[in-house]
Structures are given as structure tokens and as C-alpha cells.
Design a protein around this ligand. Structure first.
Ligand code: ADP
Ligand code: MG
Length: 453
């Protein structure tokens, strides 16, 4: 097995056990660059990612590597000095070959032409009351591409199956219609990067062609496009061009169109003109069904009582449900541990974010400092440098939002300021979040770190 292949397997396992933003932020651009004398050398794009991965995911990675090769003793980490996503992506447009070299991971199951991951199929999608409308609409789209529900807009919380379902539609279309109907799957993040790249390099024609020559455009997590004017405009034109030719458009989001505050009105009304279906939290039966299905797929075994126990405890996220199961099987089969309710409880606490934890102010301050790579003493000090001021305001906002601390306390804690400064910071950030999706995303990431740490 080659290094890239090993690493893909490791990442595949880890992906199921950490949240998507974490995975994308910390691990997406990682690589296994060498394996020698039992030591694996892993490269990460920057120092921050390196520290983070070393601290948070070392055990997970080591366990996974040992699974594949028992002689693995340790891991060393290094910073690779890779280029940013925009550049990677841009080269992807011009030349798939380059992209293969730069983004080796997760590529094996992903079709380069359509970006579809063959792992997602309708057959493996469990249907229950929480997703039956979305599933029915998706199935109808497969039968009547472009004419039945257009656009199809699927929304719902994290880890509930949006990506799975929309990619499954793409895969199904690819299979049923062979070369005649061409799907393309894209995250809105990628779309944004493409547009930015196109503008910067005066190659917008290439971008337009790329998106307007498909028969089915599947665009994931559209909420991130809101507020980015040039991208929204470009997407609007792409949308119209496709729509007028009866090409199918499938969109996912974490919210219904009307609840994306920054979405342009004309886009919103376009989205509302099609079929909108939500996916909500799976009920208990469905959670059991998902676990059973996953056990069966992998030829794993776990007693019924334990399956029920997991389904009972992990309620709000299918990705977490799968992550917990993966881990339990890992303990059971690899480490030969006896699985008890207590063990499951432990695994759930390690894996999921829904267990209430005692977060204290210092956790929040540390996460903000880590995220912006600024020293804690500057963050809580009086420095008025630009690169400190915004992180400090964000810390204030989070202290208020998560812990509901008083303004005088927050002001005192951060820079010995008086309460009006804290009030100003909190209201500024909460206002800006609704207008600036980049800020919103960053705050979501920070929160996630806070809840996990
Ligand atoms: P989202 O895009 O909504 O965040 P994903 O589509 O990535 O969620 O789903 C998270 C994980 O849960 C994936 O591994 C997916 O295969 C699995 N999953 C979600 N819904 C279902 C379902 N109804 N049946 C089987 N697996 C599911
Ligand atoms: Mg998704």
C-alpha cells in the first residue's frame, strides 16, 4: 500500500470521528510523507494545524495507523508550507493532474469529473420521518431530471445527511443516464474560490463555462455564499442560465432560504420557486436502523442492547452516531476491550459535542487566542493593535453568549475595560455576524473548539 493510500484510509476513519469544520480546518491538507523505522511523518500546512493535530488527534491517528500496520511506533509532524486553497483550486480547473498531486487525499472514491464520491448512494440512505420528504423529492429528481422539482433545496442541521442525499442523486443520475446527463457536485466554498480565482486571474470565462455546461449542478452548503456579492451575482447568472435550459439545480443549506440573512432577495425568491425539503433529527428507530445498517455493511457485530444504548444516547447527529460506533468497534475488535454501557458513555463523551461540559471563561479565551494565533496575555491585556482588537471583541461576545457573564466582569477580564466597552463589543459582533458570513463561520469554528476542548 502506498503512503497516499494509507493516509486516505486513516483520514477516512478520522473524518467520521471529528466534526466536518474541524476536519476541513485541521486535516484536509495533511499528508503522510514518509514511513521509516516505525515512525510515520505527517505534514501539515502550517504551524497552527501542526500543533492542533499533534495535541488533539495524535492518539486517533496513531491508533488508525497501527490498525493498518502494527509496526508503527510513533508519528512526527512537520510543516509543509503548502499553498492556499485558492491556488489549489485554480490549478484544479486548468489541470486535474496538478490537483491530484496537490490534493491526494480522499481522491480515490471521488470522481474527478463530477466531484461525486461513490460512497454516497440512495440505497445506503436510510429513510425515516425526518427525511422522507427530502428523499422523495430527491428520488423524483432522479426520474425527471430538470423538470420535476427545480431547484431542489434541501436544508437541515449538521450531520443529518444533506451531503449524502444530494451526492446520491448525482451518483444515481450518473449511473442511470450514463454520458447523457452530466452532474457536477461542488461545495459553495469551492464555488467562491473559483469565482475569486477567476476574477483575480481574468479567467472568468473559464469559470462560467465550467459551471454553465453541466446538466445537473449540485451545490452544497449555499449559506456560505450569502454576503459575498460577486459570488452571489455570478451564482445568480449561473442559476438563471441553467434554469432556462431546464437543467437541474440541487442546493443544500443549514437553513431555509428565508433564514439566510445575507442572501440577496433575487436569489432567495429563485430558491423559493422550487421544491424546499428539510431534514430534521432522526428518531430513535431510525438511529437504530442506521447503526444496524452500518454494522451489517462492515460485517461488524455488536449486541442489540448496546446498539440500542448508543441510539438512545446520540440523538442529534448521524455523523456522530457513526463516529461513536466506529470507535466502539475499534475498541472491541482492535483492542479487545469489553464493551459495557460505561465504555459507551466514555466513547460518547470523547466523540460527541452534545454532552454538556463545564466551560469556563479561560477555555473561551484560550480558544480565541489559539484560533487567531495571538498570545493570551495580549488578548486579555490592554494592547490596542488591530490584530488583537477584533479577537478581543469576539472573546467578549463569546463570554456573553456562552456563559452569560455580566458586562462588568467581561470588561474587567479582557483588558480591564469598563462595562460599556464590553457592551459595545458584544453588540457589534452580534450585529456583524448576521451580515458577514465569513465572521459567522469563524465564530462557529471557535465555538466548536470551545465545546470540544
Ligand atoms: P450533512 O451534509 O447534513 O452535514 P452528511 O450527509 O455528511 O451530513 O452525513 C453525515 C454522515 O451520516 C455521513 O457519513 C452519511 O453517510 C451519514 N448519513 C446521514 N444520513 C443518513 C441516512 N439517512 N442513512 C444513512 N447514513 C446517513
Ligand atoms: Mg454536508
Amino acid at each position: 500500500m502506498g503512503l497516499d493510500e494509507i493516509w486516505q484510509i486513516v483520514l477516512g476513519e478520522i473524518e467520521l470521528q471529528v466534526s466536518k469544520p474541524n476536519f476541513l480546518t485541521w486535516l484536509k491538507n495533511s499528508r503522510l510523507v514518509e514511513k521509516k523505522d516505525g515512525v510515520a511523518l505527517v505534514s501539515l500546512p502550517n504551524n497552527f494545524a501542526k500543533e492542533w493535530v499533534k495535541n488533539k488527534y495524535h492518539k486517533l491517528i496513531l491508533g488508525s495507523l497501527r490498525n493498518l500496520d502494527a509496526s508503527t511506533k510513533n508519528i512526527d509532524y512537520l510543516v509543509s508550507g503548502q499553498q492556499g486553497a485558492v491556488v489549489n483550486l485554480a490549478s484544479g480547473i486548468i489541470n486535474n493532474q496538478t490537483r491530484l498531486v496537490q490534493e491526494p487525499l480522499m481522491e480515490s472514491k471521488i470522481d474527478l469529473e463530477t466531484n461525486l464520491n461513490s460512497r454516497y448512494t440512495l440505497k445506503t440512505f436510510i429513510v425515516g420521518s425526518s427525511n422522507e420528504l427530502a428523499f422523495a423529492a430527491a428520488s423524483a429528481v432522479v426520474k425527471k431530471v430538470g423538470s420535476k422539482y427545480n431547484p431542489l433545496y434541501i436544508y437541515g442541521g449538521v450531520g443529518l445527511g444533506k451531503t449524502h442525499l444530494m451526492q446520491a442523486v448525482g451518483n444515481e443520475i450518473k449511473k442511470n443516464y450514463q454520458e447523457k446527463i452530466k452532474p457536477l457536485y461542488i461545495t459553495s466554498e469551492k464555488f467562491i474560490n473559483d469565482v475569486v480565482w477567476g476574477i483575480r486571474n481574468k479567467r472568468m470565462e473559464d469559470i462560467k463555462n465550467k459551471y454553465r455546461n453541466v446538466d445537473v449542478l449540485i451545490i452544497d452548503d449555499i449559506q456560505f455564499i450569502g454576503g459575498k456579492e460577486a459570488c452571489e451575482t455570478e451564482f445568480f447568472h449561473t442559476f438563471n442560465a441553467l434554469y432556462e435550459q431546464n437543467k437541474q439545480i440541487i442546493i443544500s443549506s443549514d437553513k431555509p432560504p428565508r433564514s439566510i440573512p445575507t442572501l440577496e432577495e433575487r436569489l432567495r425568491s429563485r430558491f423559493e420557486g422550487g421544491m424546499i425539503a428539510d431534514i430534521t433529527y432522526p428518531n430513535y428507530e431510525m438511529r437504530v436502523a442506521i447503526l444496524r445498517n452500518k454494522l451489517q455493511e462492515n460485517n461488524w457485530e455488536l449486541g442489540e442492547e448496546l446498539v440500542n444504548y448508543i441510539a438512545n444516547k446520540v440523538q442529534r447527529n448521524i455523523r456522530e452516531l457513526e463516529g461513536v460506533l466506529n470507535r466502539i468497534i475499534f475498541y472491541k475488535d482492535t483492542k479487545n476491550e469489553k464493551i459495557t454501557a460505561k465504555k459507551i458513555e466514555e466513547v460518547i463523551n470523547e466523540t460527541t459535542q452534545n454532552s454538556p461540559k463545564n466551560i469556563n471563561p479561560n477555555d473561551i479565551i484560550k480558544s480565541v487566542a489559539d484560533f487567531f494565533e495571538v498570545p493570551i496575555n495580549e488578548l486579555i491585556g490592554r494592547v490596542r493593535k488591530k490584530e488583537i482588537v477584533e479577537p478581543r471583541q469576539i472573546a467578549m461576545y463569546l463570554l456573553r453568549e456562552i456563559l452569560n457573564l455580566s458586562y462588568p466582569f467581561i470588561g474587567e477580564k479582557l483588558g480591564k475595560k469598563d462595562h460599556t466597552t464590553a457592551i459595545h463589543a458584544c453588540s457589534k459582533i452580534s450585529r456583524e455576524i448576521t451580515q458577514n458570513s465569513f465572521l459567522n463561520q469563524r465564530i462557529m469554528l471557535i465555538k466548536e473548539q470551545i465545546y470540544k476542548s
